[in-house]
Design a protein around this ligand. Sequence first.
Ligand code: NAP
Length: 277
Amino acid sequence: MTPIRTIRLPAGEQVPALGMGTWHLGQDPSKRQQELTALRLGLDLGMTLIDTAQLYVGAEDVVREAIAGRRNEVFIVDKVLPNHATRRGTIDACEESLRALVTDRIDLYLLHWRGAVPLEETVEAFEELIETGKIRFWGVSNFDHSDMEDLFQIAEVDPQTDQVLYNLTHRGIEWDLLPWCRSRRIPIMAYSPLDEGTVLEHPALRKVAERHNATPAQIAIAWVLRHPDIITTPKAGTPEHVRENRGALDIQLTSKDLRDLDKVFEPPTQKVPLDVI
Ligand code: NAP
């Protein structure tokens, strides 16, 4: 197995390029043990970045159980909802997440999407959370190019990522957001790399998978990870899926693979507003 590849955040922290998502985990008690086994296996395999959010009902609880006794191995990404993202509300939301996770710090705290609260207020709250040690870094999510431009109007901002929808069927960021972030060395964190599982039956993807003796999920993840500066967090609720997804890092897509995929999953030829789920 290839050692896990890491990506450097602007602050210098190295994080695994392949982590684990948690949306929809923790909702069905009959799946609890399987989900815990899946997350723990992912940690064993080096996928030590776990993405969660206060919005994902029950997910922080599963993360808490999965990381019990191994907090120092894990890089936790959590998110504040925009309607909580005032100066005081951000701090309260963070403290709630810390209690849910039973930890003293969140590694990377994101604004889940842009809402009505002025960005300055949320950034001030993030800075206070860093000063008090409750978070280590902050970033944003679902910010389009123009939102990033607005964010950078604030003096001395230092977001560590923009977490956005990016997969074979949603490639709009390649037009502007990705190059913009790249020029500032801000890695994108791609969510829903499998398009929530919907892309997996696509014949073009299956064909490339057959060539590599791999699965469509592995090819879809390898396709996102072909960029040296993109992190991704597929969600897998079973150990089998976690192991399979980890295998994506062993796959090198060829230029023919990429050409064949481009024919069906076309790259953008103009600005496309950022898609969100
Ligand atoms: P995803 O990772 O693209 O797809 C998850 C689906 O794919 C699940 O149904 C999962 O099923 C299935 N799957 C996983 N591995 C598989 C495999 N090897 N073979 C076949 N099926 C497989 O979708 P997502 O959960 O929407 O996105 C990933 C994470 O990104 C989320 O969990 C969340 O942490 C984050 N996210 C963030 C935002 C945001 O606004 N910032 C929005 C959406 C998502 P099983 O559960 O059965 O394994």
